[in-house]
Design a protein around this ligand. Structure first.
Ligand SMILES: Cc1ncc(COP(=O)(O)O)c(C=O)c1O
Length: 390
């Protein structure tokens, strides 16, 4: 969805550059805030998706706080985003437990064993609520890489392995089992949770239902979600939290790249200054092909023999053979030096990037589509590459 980016001039930023559309981000936040208020639930930003401190104040104005994956995100949530900090990590360690307790309001453990191991420090912490992650063993995610409920998953304790007595030290439950899902998947998950965790609801005060739900996607049935959450709250008496990541920054960011060269190997190959493996690794892991303004994404497996004059495979400047962003059919054949705008690359990109091959990190800019104001928030140079590895 090109949205506001149809009006963005990529020549206004250095290349490559992540550009965050503050207008769309705020629209998403307004929608999430209204869902939270209408449904009577608290909504947190999952920092793992989008820990961009430059938007911390804005996000803090609309959401109840942040969900952190460990010490660094907890501290960032506390210092730069505001609101409550809810931290869940698959493993706490002697090295990070004190810091996590200092910066968190909720700490969610992945196992009962972790409670036993750190009991002394956990009990001594004041003002921290503890929760336990439950694995509802209900798979909605087709791909094992992203399925927290895949067989032999390390994420959460299977619901039937926990008793109400086990929950004595805990105030809440945590469940996360979705990834880029719609309301129907959430509805099925919640039904599974209601069945499998019914014996635990009386022992806790709250439940965190995780993220993975595309609440801010066009046509998402917001009213149905509100009704489902209200009914669940009324039936169980539990306080409810949601912690979306993707939905917060959905359609609110682009990656600008420059075409460095056009090679030929059966069909045209464009070499970019942005890399799939360094700057948008989910493109390879998931895999998926990001939308590109002025072009249509073609199937990833397309053979060169199926390409026409307007078809180009675009890839990065690294040595990795599979550093391919995608294959596209352009409206007009791009030229060396052109700027390209890949869409919807705000989340799980800036937070995951690397300097593999010494590839420079993209700059970060914000763009306010209402006022057409661009601000270059951060640029990176050789020092960032050198200092990371000592
Ligand atoms: C525990 C937990 N909460 C929340 C999220 C956020 O999910 P999403 O960004 O898909 O909304 C994730 C994503 O992996 C997660 O693991």
């Amino acid at each position: 969805m090109a949205g506001n980016f149809k009006r963005f001039d990529p020549a206004r930023v250095p290349s490559p550059c992540y550009v965050i559309d503050l207008t769309k981000l705020e629209d998403n936040l307004k929608l999430l805030q209204s869902v939270g208020e209408r449904a009577g639930v608290e909504i947190l930003l999952a920092l793992k998706a989008f820990s961009f401190p430059g938007a911390g104040d804005l996000i803090g104005r609309y959401l109840s706080g942040t969900a952190a994956s460990g010490l660094y995100e907890a501290r960032l949530g506390r210092e730069r985003f505001g609101g409550a900090v809810h931290t869940y990590a698959p493993g706490l360690s002697a090295a990070n437990i004190e810091g996590i307790l200092e910066h968190s309001d909720h700490v969610i453990l992945n196992s009962l064993h972790q409670w036993q191991r750190f009991q002394g420090q956990l009990q001594a912490a004041s003002g921290v609520d503890f929760g336990l992650r439950i694995n509802p063993e209900h798979s909605e995610v087709a791909q094992p890489l992203y399925d927290p409920c895949a067989p032999w998953s390390r994420l959460g304790v299977p619901a039937d392995a926990v008793t109400a007595e086990d929950l004595a030290p805990f105030e809440g439950l945590h469940v996360h089992a979705l990834c880029d899902h719609d309301f129907d998947a959430f509805d099925r998950l919640l039904t599974a949770v209601e069945e499998r965790c019914a014996h635990l609801f009386g022992a806790v005060r709250w439940i965190n239902l995780g993220g993975g739900l595309l609440i801010t996607e066009e046509d998402f049935p917001v009213d149905r979600l509100v009704e489902r959450l209200q009914a669940f709250r009324e039936r169980t008496g539990l306080k409810v939290y949601l912690e979306p990541g993707t939905a917060v920054a959905l359609h609110a960011g682009a990656l600008v790249a420059e075409l460095l060269d056009i090679a030929e190997n059966g069909a045209a190959i464009g070499i970019l200054d942005a890399s799939a493996t360094c700057h948008m690794p989910d493109v390879i892991e998931a895999p998926f092909t990001p939308e590109l303004i002025g072009a249509t994404a073609l199937p990833r497996g397309l053979a060169a023999s199926e390409a026409d004059d307007l078809t180009m495979r675009l890839g990065g400047p690294t040595c990795l053979a599979g550093d391919v962003v995608g294959t596209y059919r352009f409206e007009t054949r791009p030229q060396i030096g052109d700027r390209l705008v890949f869409l919807d690359l705000a989340y799980y990109t800036m937070v995951k990037n690397t300097t593999f091959n010494g590839t420079p990190l993209p700059s970060i800019a914000t763009w306010d589509a209402r006022t057409d104001t661009v601000e270059i928030v951060k640029t990176f140079g050789y020092d960032d590459f050198e200092q990371r590895l000592g």
